[in-house]
Design a protein around this ligand. Sequence first.
Ligand code: HEC
Ligand code: HEC
Ligand code: HEC
Ligand code: HEC
Ligand code: HEC
Length: 181
Amino acid sequence: MKERIHALLGWLLVGLAVVGVIGWLQATPGSAQPIAFDHQKHVEGAGLECTLCHPGAREGRRAGIVAAGECMGCHADAAAESPEVKKLKAFADRGQQIPWVQVYKAPPDDSNMFFRPNAVRINFSHQRHVEAGAVDCAACHGAVGHRSKPVTSPELPIRMRRCLECHRARKITTDCLACHR
Ligand code: HEC
Ligand code: HEC
Ligand code: HEC
Ligand code: HEC
Ligand code: HEC
């Protein structure tokens, strides 16, 4: 009996250690992006609109990122010799999704649901802000168009205080249930 309890406790410790390591890995910020994407070259350099590559921002809840095939519309020619564009082409040729790491994420953060099962849920729609509200992307994401390095951490972290400041200033609802449901 005593041995069985010891064995059980042993496994419990192993389990806790595994859970701890997974949690630590998931909590490590600044995850690299699969391709060294440069916003500055596209936005300030080539004069592209944000919603050319993030079309969902006008149409729905998620902004999204266009598929590799869409990028190849330009990159069959543009900078075709760049090693980063070759990576892009390899994804497109395989018809594969580019595994971009999502940086701006409203709760619940699915990767942490295991640790925070009661995390708040946020009701957020890009379309509502970008189209209906005519809010500029920079109000929530900072000057992305200046960045020459990939986005690996939020310039303006998502905070309730920030949502509320703008809603108060513009006389938009501050009812808890508008954002939490
Ligand atoms: C409308 C045309 C256009 C589209 C669409 C486009 N790009 Fe580009 N891209 C460019 C131009 C122009 C450059 C700058 C080339 C230069 O500086 O020589 C560039 C540069 C790049 C570079 C840097 C190349 C280097 O090493 O300097 C990468 C990587 C890249 N684009 C990836 C992407 C990805 C990923 C997408 C899709 C999400 C995309 N591009 C969509 C036109 C485009
Ligand atoms: C040519 C395509 C292209 C254009 C134009 C573009 N983006 Fe992006 N955007 C990307 C790609 C690819 C990523 C993922 C790589 C990275 O993080 O840099 C990205 C990432 C982002 C992210 C981080 C997304 C996340 O996962 O949290 C934000 C925010 C963003 N873009 C905003 C903008 C804004 C604002 C503009 C206009 C000023 C813009 N983008 C213009 C292709 C584009
Ligand atoms: C009022 C604030 C606000 C504005 C304006 C805004 N965003 Fe976002 N954005 C957010 C929030 C909040 C998230 C996280 C949403 C989530 O987790 O579902 C996000 C996530 C994203 C993401 C990654 C997840 C996704 O939805 O694909 C991209 C890319 C993005 N935004 C691009 C843009 C672009 C481009 C614009 C302008 C056309 C824009 N955003 C305007 C607040 C904003
Ligand atoms: C820079 C200003 C600004 C910021 C920041 C902002 N909002 Fe908004 N929000 C607006 C505007 C403007 C509208 C009204 C759009 C319309 O006319 O439909 C709106 C509308 C909404 C609505 C719909 C309200 C209703 O009456 O049904 C929700 C929900 C919402 N926002 C959630 C959020 C959340 C969550 C955040 C933070 C992550 C946020 N907003 C940040 C400006 C902002
Ligand atoms: C305009 C949108 C908006 C409104 C209105 C709003 N919240 Fe939030 N709330 C958020 C966002 C976004 C987050 C997640 C980011 C953060 O934790 O700051 C959040 C987070 C929270 C959290 C979790 C904080 C944490 O650390 O986990 C609580 C609790 C909360 N809100 C309660 C409320 C209550 C109560 C009200 C009404 C008095 C309210 N919220 C109104 C957007 C809103």
